[in-house]
Design a binder for this molecule. Structure first.
Ligand code: HEM
Length: 451
């Protein structure tokens, strides 16, 4: 294919005119651009070349087939802004990434995640008891709290209500700043330095706070080295084949813990929140999930061995992450000049790859805006990256197997007892930040099921 000048896209003037409106929902704004300009859209945003990907083939090229030609821009940003040292997974760029994953990855492989089941179930049961029939509650907050409790317990063996209260509060503030830092960056490269300063400062302040707490826990563990069965113990005991650096340093462990705290609870909370919202809007799907749960579990508490027996529940979770992928945007930066779709793109260009956009594309999903968990029955893989809520390639989410388990078990456990109805008059509006949350929460009224 011969090279062409530049992919189509709005002129800088048009873009400047559109940007203020786009802040309300950047995911929909970018989706609209791909509908207008096609598989590759050039966003002329000043010094940086920014390309928006609108085809599953190009997404696969960037995240998988040609991944060596790209770095993860968010990792670069986290390191550059001084947020992390670059030693934990999310902030490690190309070099060193493979060895980091080799050290941390084994904790998350399918065979090792079963040890977290007890924690997931016990916190899920606890959440089940917190609601009162007819008393509205914000599900986004509830799910955030539930998944943060689980991550604190699995990582540090701390309980959010007691000894983990302080770190929990710091993490919530950290998440607020982390989420708020990124969106302007997506659309306003040239003004990056000015826009997110307060949040970057806030993020660094909270990070120092969280670091102090984590280093304190590490020191305490060194003095008393008994095995606690949590991820911190696994990291402190992990040995790599690298003879010069066989064990993780305290900074590496700190960075890894922060990676897990940032990456490990918020996307999970968002995935569950959207699941409850979608079920409340689709009574037929809610009936089907209740039927499956009642038939398979008959009132008993679900366990790991039920995972394969709850395919509809899993498909509900899968379909919710199709319509509302919690990590709705991945950003890569090219390491060399390269050709995409017949266009030459210069080294250092940014590529925006969004599961939100591709998972709503009618070429890949029939009737894409409808919530249809049944579509996944006997699903045939299509070519390219059409469904990728956990990303792709070597940076694919390390927590993916754990997330499927956690999602299915928590949905089954909660739907067994409760039907969650959207509070009258409450409007749910997406708020795409680093994860896909909502503008005003998801206010729901729990109704007790009879079974
Ligand atoms: C529904 C839940 C989750 C979703 C949708 C999700 C999604 C993702 C996505 C899309 C990425 C890739 C980002 C990129 O390529 O730029 C990612 C990376 C990551 N996730 Fe998850 N995640 C979830 C849960 C978890 C959990 C439970 C953990 C850990 C306990 C976790 C840990 C990580 C880490 C450490 C990375 C960075 C991996 C690397 O760069 O090598 N995630 N996640």
């Amino acid at each position: 294919m011969s090279s062409q000048a530049s992919p189509p896209g709005p002129s800088p003037r048009t873009l400047l005119r559109l940007i203020p409106g786009s802040f309300s929902n950047p995911a929909e704004f970018l989706l609209g651009l791909t509908r207008e300009y096609g598989d590759l859209t050039c966003l002329r945003l000043g010094i940086k070349n920014v390309y928006l990907i609108g085809s599953a083939e190009y997404a696969e090229d960037i995240l998988e087939k040609r991944q060596e030609e790209f770095s993860n821009w968010i990792s670069w940003f986290i390191k550059k802004a001084g947020i992390l040292e670059g030693e934990g997974l999310i902030a490690t760029e190309s070099q060193g990434h493979a060895s980091r994953r080799a050290l941390v990855g084994p904790s998350f492989v399918r065979e090792n995640i079963s040890k977290y089941t007890g924690t997931i179930i016990s916190y899920g049961l606890n959440q089940r008891e917190l609601w009162a029939p007819g008393q509205p509650s914000d599900l986004e907050k509830d799910m955030g709290r539930l998944t943060l409790s689980i991550v604190l317990k699995t990582l540090f063996n701390l309980d959010l209500d007691t000894e983990g209260k302080k770190i929990g509060e710091v993490i919530n503030r950290l998440m607020f700043h982390y989420n708020a830092v990124f969106p302007p960056v997506l659309l306003a490269q040239p003004i990056l330095r000015h826009l997110p300063q307060n949040n970057v400062r806030g993020l660094i302040k909270e990070l120092n706070e969280v670091s102090k707490i984590i280093y304190g826990i590490i020191d305490e563990r060194k003095k008393n080295s008994e095995e606690r069965g949590d991820l911190l113990s696994s990291m402190m005991a992990a040995r790599s084949e690298d003879e010069k650096n066989p064990r993780m340093t305290d900074t590496q462990i700190r960075d890894e813990c922060v990676s897990m705290l940032l990456a490990g609870h918020d996307p999970m909370a968002k995935a569950l929140t959207w699941t409850w919202y979608l079920l409340s809007q689709n009574p037929e799907a809610e009936r089907s999930i209740h039927d499956e749960i009642d038939t398979v579990l008959g009132g008993r508490i679900p366990g790991l061995s039920d995972m394969d027996k709850l395919p509809y529940t899993e498909n509900v979770f899968r379909e919710a992450m199709r319509l509302y992928p919690p990590v709705w945007m991945m950003i890569r930066q090219s390491l060399t000049d390269l050709k995409i779709g017949g266009y030459e793109t210069p080294k250092g260009s940014l590529f925006l790859v969004s599961p939100y956009i591709l998972q709503r594309d009618p070429r890949y999903f029939e009737d894409p805006l409808s919530f249809k968990p049944d579509r996944w029955e006997g699903w045939n893989e299509k070519s390219g990256l059409t469904y990728f809520p956990f990303g792709g390639g070597r940076r694919v989410c390390t927590g993916e197997p754990l997330s499927w388990m956690q999602g299915v078990l928590l949905i089954a456990l909660i739907a067994q007892k409760w039907s969650l109805r959207l509070a009258p008059g409450h409007v749910v509006e997406p708020k795409p930040q680093i994860t896909l949350g909502t503008k005003h929460g998801v206010r729901m009224v729990p109704q007790k099921r009879d079974s």
